[in-house]
Every structure is written in C-alpha cells, then in structure tokens.
Ligand binder design. Structure first.
Ligand code: SF4
Length: 485
C-alpha cells in the first residue's frame, strides 16, 4: 500500500468488566492499525465519569500505567483515530464526551457521514455551538436538541437523520450502546467476556469493537456482528436489540476494502476471516493473471496472504523478497512526495540473494499513487531481479471514498492519471501488471456481491454524498485550543 491512504478509526467498549479502562487500553492497542494519530478512553463506575485522551499511539497516550489503573469503573469506551474528517488536533480526539440534560454521553465513531455539513449548518442555525471539526459531533447535538432529547426512541431518531458510515460505541453513566448504520459500511463486533471469579461470583461482561482481533487480546469470545441498522443497548437489565430502520429497509454495503487492506488478518469481519479472503484473492489473481516466474513474494504485510494464495494456486515457490523495517515510526512519515520516497526506502529493503537473477512475481494489496511501488520496482531491479511482475489484489482505484477512507485526490490516483494497465506498468518499471477483476474480488467473500460497497473501483456509491467531504471540510477558522486531559 502506498503511504497515501489513511486508515480510519477503531472503536472499543466494555460493560461489566472490573478493570474496564485497562481492558479498553488492550482493545485499542490491538486495533492500533486503524488509527495512529490519537487515542482516548472514557470510563464510568455508574456514578462518576473520567477520561484521558491525547495525540499519539495508545502506548504513548497511556504511557503512565498508574494513571490508567487509577481510572476506576466497569464501563468504558475507547477510540483510536485517523482524521478522515476534522484536522488532527486535540479538540477532535475521541471519544467525544459531553454533559447534557440527560447526563453524560461519550461517543466513539468509525466511518464518515455524507450529510454532516448540512446537519451541522442546521444545528448551528438553531443555536448549537460546536467544539470540534469532526462529523461525529453532530450526533451529540442531535441528541441534546430539545425536540429529540425527550423522545423514547431518541438515539434511533437521531441516527435516522445521519447518512453515511457510522459504527458507534456510545457510553452513558450506566449503559454501553453499539449502533451501526443501515449499510453496515464499517464492522462492529459484539463479544462476551467471562470475568474472573471474584468473591465466588462469576459474571459476564460484554465487549463492542471494530475488529475481532481486539476480543482475542482481552480473552473475550466472539458473539456476533452488530447488524446493519441495529442498536444494541447493554445495562444492568442485560442486552437488548432495537432498530434504526426496519430489517427490510437494510441494504448492506460492507466496505470490501476492509478485507483487501485495512483489517488485521487475524480478524473476522462481515462473516469472513480476513486472512482466508486474502488467500483467495491471491489464488484468483494467479488464475486471472498467470505468468511464468521463479518466485512469488509479497509487499509486506498486507500482501502476505495474497502471495501465499498466488503461490499455492500457481505452484510457483513462495519466497521473501522484501524485508520491512517495523521500527520506522510515525515521526518519519512526512507528507510531501520527496520525503515519502525516503520513508519507503527506510521501510523496505530487498533480500538480494532471493531475487538475484530471478523472474519475480510481487503481490501487493492495492496501487493508489503508485510511487511506493515505483521505488520498490527500482530496488528489485538494482538487486538483480531479471523480470518483475506485479499483481494487485484489488481492481484499479479510480474514485474517492466518502465513507471513512482517506484516498488521495482523484487526479493523484495512478489509475486515473495513466488510464491503461500497460501505461501504468511502463511508468512503474515492471514487466507486467495484473489487477484482480471486480468479479474475482467479490467471489472471494461469502455474502452476495450486492452486499458490498465497491465505489472506489466501480464508482457506484451506495449512499450519495451530499457534499464532497474531505477531512478538512468542516474546518472553519481557528478552533479554541484545549489540551487533552
Ligand atoms: Fe470501502 Fe471503497 Fe466503499 Fe470506501 S468506496 S467504503 S474504501 S469499498
């Protein structure tokens, strides 16, 4: 993957777990790949709500373990963030926490709304004062609005006004709530956790998270996915399900790019194991784009399973052509093009003995700008590779995503700039280039093709964007400065 695509966010929450803040820390740590700019945890003991949030990785924000264990409570919600809307600033760190007429409300949101600007304009016209530039804050103001606050279906009513992608974990002083948009763009998982016997009493806790790898991290069991258009409420009376929209109005549009790139391979999302899907993508690529070669290897890490699948299907031996340096930290991730190239050089090196004199097939998850692989093709040639054949486990990326993935501008996408596969291959400096077909991609997952969003390739948007939201679309002048507590 080019360094040009932003992960979105990861959400996590627990109910009836004695060390809720520490469990949330671990759950966020497991989902760190979904957002590295900021992290936060809000915890409740049923009476008092405490929070800590800050810029940086989970381990940086919660470096002081004593402060974490001092956050008492059995309910917690947490968030790791990449800024798909709202600039990277402390006000925008989630969970967002407010006190309003009905008490405390903490919200952690994954996904992007496509009507946030209009909702925000309407709310501001009615007197709302926004504290952040995130689309997520719209929900807080809808909930606090007098005409919504007293409704019995308050949350469902507010969510029906929000269009686009939202997988939400919400906490009140006494409840944990999960909610997922009617398209189910982003994953949201329910887990169960058996608490250690305490004074002879065994109790059951509940977990909500973006990916099932977070359940494994805390020893919880996978229960099920929150359904598209469903709200799950967990409190002292147990767990209850209600609907944002009726089941018959649900049109699932799961983001299949989660399977291609974003989700961790040890996760299960949208009813499929991510690793197994990626292996199938590799096998399909081998059938769709065969080529004679000596070895197959991946651009690590997200190409790994695809390379295994390609190798098994084609019979061409699997090898390790690239080594990734995992110690290149965020401080090296520079935004401009020249510096991005130097980061790539620091991040990947070639195993010369593996590629020298060989015809190599390289499996990569996606090509966005193309600049990363152009560099990689060059260092493979310099290391003595005789032929370089690139295989991509998703179709050519041509369109923006409005549902929470931060692609570069359309004019920067290589598939838009070059138009033909041959032209792209020439520019990259490879002997051949093969993208998986959209049909091949959709055949690797278990649900019907109509249940997935494919807009970044097909241009067919399941929910029409009201405005071309980019991550700074809600920025309007200087926001007051606060420090993360
Ligand atoms: Fe996922 Fe692409 Fe759809 Fe965005 S446009 S939700 S990245 S499939």
């Amino acid at each position: 993957m080019d360094e040009s695509v932003g992960h979105h966010c990861g959400v996590f929450g627990v109910y009836n777990v004695p060390d809720a803040a520490s469990k949330t820390y671990l759950g966020l740590f497991a989902q760190q790949h979904r957002g590295q700019e900021s992290a936060g945890i809000v915890v409740s003991d049923g009476k008092k709500v405490e929070f800590k949030k800050g810029m940086g990785l989970v381990t940086e924000v919660f470096a002081d373990k004593a402060a974490l264990t001092a956050m008492h409570g059995h309910i917690a919600v947490g968030h790791v963030r990449y800024s798909t809307t709202g600039a990277s600033r402390t006000q925008n760190i989630q969970p967002l926490l407010v006190e309003y007429a009905r008490g405390s409300l903490a919200v952690a949101h994954n996904g992007n709304l496509v009507n946030a600007k209009r909702l925000r304009d309407e709310l501001e016209a009615n007197g709302s004062i926004f504290q952040t530039t995130t689309d997520s804050e719209v929900l807080l103001h809808l909930m606090a609005s007098p005409k919504n606050a007293e409704r019995e279906d308050q949350l469902a009513h507010c969510l029906r006004q929000m269009k686009g992608a939202y997988s939400l974990v919400i906490m009140t002083r006494t409840q944990l709530i999960g909610a997922r948009d009617p398209q189910g763009f982003r994953p949201l998982i329910l887990g169960r956790l058996i608490n250690e016997p305490d004074l002879g009493h065994i109790s059951e806790g509940f977990v909500l998270c973006s990916e099932s790898c977070a359940l494994d991290q805390i020893g919880a069991e996978f229960a099920r996915e929150i359904e598209p258009g469903e709200i799950v409420t967990i409190d002292s009376e147990g767990i209850r399900s209600s609907r944002i929209v009726p089941v018959e109005d649900v049109k699932p549009s799961h983001c299949i790019f989660e399977h291609v790139y974003f989700a961790r391979p040890d996760s299960r999302i949208f009813n499929d194991d991510v690793h197994a899907v990626r292996m199938k993508l590799g096998a399909t690529l081998a059938r769709e784009h065969p080529v004679e070669a000596d070895i197959v290897f991946a651009v690590p890490d997200s190409g790994n399973a695809g390379a295994i699948g390609y190798s098994r299907e084609s019979g061409i031996p699997l090898d390790m052509g690239f080594i990734r340096n995992h110690y290149v930290g965020r401080s090296f991730i520079k935004p401009n093009q020249n510096e991005r190239e130097s980061v790539v050089a620091m991040k990947f090196n070639v195993v010369r003995s593996a590629v020298r004199g060989k015809r190599v097939i390289v499996v990569e998850d996606s090509l966005v700008r193309g600049t990363t692989f152009k560099h990689q093709a060059r260092i493979l040639r310099n290391a003595g590779a005789k032929e370089v054949h690139l295989r991509i486990t998703c179709p050519p990326t041509r369109n923006a995503c409005y549902y929470g993935i931060d692609f570069p501008r359309k004019e920067d996408l290589i598939a838009e700039r070059m138009k033909t596969t041959d032209a792209i291959a020439k520019w990259l400096g490879v002997d051949s280039l093969g993208y998986i077909s959209l049909e091949g991609l959709l055949a690797a997952v278990s649900q019907p093709a109509s249940h997935y969003c494919t807009a970044c390739w097909s241009g067919k948007y399941p929910v029409a964007p009201e405005d071309a939201m980019d991550k700074l679309a809600l920025e309007s002048g200087e926001m007051p400065k606060t420090s993360g507590a």
